[in-house]
Design a protein around this ligand. Structure first.
Ligand code: NAG
Ligand code: NAG
Length: 244
């Protein structure tokens, strides 16, 4: 099958990457450079990252669900490259680790994909409830036998104009998840799990935000969740001020 071949290509690419990196994270004022982590103890180095300039790759084999209890990086909002999480054997929810990840820019891709989640036998959900936008590149979700809520997400809304590979979970998977109960409109009734509805940038359910925002507070569209263009002194601007 073409997609199986694809997965193997990807795993090979990642594996090569891992042998070349150490588990160091360079961090400056919340900006972290290319993060590649293959040991649980190194994960805490993500603590202060709000933006990762480059890629986020996690490969945490031989982990158990209890290793991930209370492990979360709520500060991380954006990755400018791609995100690849695979082989984290104990991980049950990607969103548990990165509850506020909003944007993956996909400036660098792995075989045209910007978000790759695969090879996690205990994964129950993707759960990236604040993910609004993948600017460039497609999504690969290769769920495990327990993974639910993959097809309940409108991936086309997050990453339009890209090819996605969402493997045939509805066939293998035992989930008897309730349908999303987010809106009465079936074209926008999408969710990440039974508590979190999908957020939208476009369409009838789009958040009404100022144009400088990617996502904003419901009560005030001028308070951005993330800046679309530039951030300067905690404000979102659409051009860089002179001399900055
Ligand atoms: C994160 O920031 C806190 C407070 O500034 C600091 O104590 C801690 O060492 C930082 N952690 C990392 C991994 O850089
Ligand atoms: C997780 O956090 C909760 C609340 O802070 C605490 O009660 C619990 O003991 C923690 N569990 C572990 C395994 O650290």
């Amino acid at each position: 099958m073409a997609s199986t071949t694809l997965i193997w290509i990807i795993l090979t690419v990642l594996q090569l990457g891992c042998t070349m990196h150490v588990n160091e994270v360079y961090q400056y004022h919340g900006f972290c450079l290319d993060v590649l982590i293959n040991q649980m103890t190194a994960l805490q180095k993500l603590d202060n990252c709000t933006v990762i300039l480059g890629d986020l790759k996690l490969q945490l084999q031989r982990t158990r669900p209890r290793d991930f209890v209370n492990i979360s990086f709520p500060k991380l909002k954006e990755v400018t490259g791609c995100v690849a999480i695979y082989g984290a054997s104990g991980l049950e929810s990607v969103g548990g680790l990165f509850p506020n990840l909003m944007r993956v820019r996909g400036n660098t891709l792995i075989n045209n994909y910007a978000l790759i989640i695969s090879n996690m036998p205990r994964l129950r959900e993707i759960g990236l409830a604040n993910l609004l936008k993948v600017d460039r590149g497609g999504v690969i979700i290769w769920p495990g036998p327990l993974t639910c809520y993959v097809h309940s997400v409108d991936w086309r809304a997050i990453a339009p104009n890209a090819r996605h590979v969402l493997s045939g979970i509805d066939v293998y998977n035992p989930c008897k998840t309730l349908p999303c109960s987010c809106t009465d409109n079936s074209t926008t009734n999408f969710c990440w799990n039974n508590r979190k509805c999908q957020r939208f940038l476009e369409g009838p359910e789009a958040e009404r935000c100022n144009p400088e925002c990617v996502g904003c507070l419901k009560r005030d569209g001028s308070i951005c969740s993330l800046c679309r263009y530039y951030t300067y002194r905690n404000k979102c601007l659409n051009t860089c001020p002179n001399g900055t």
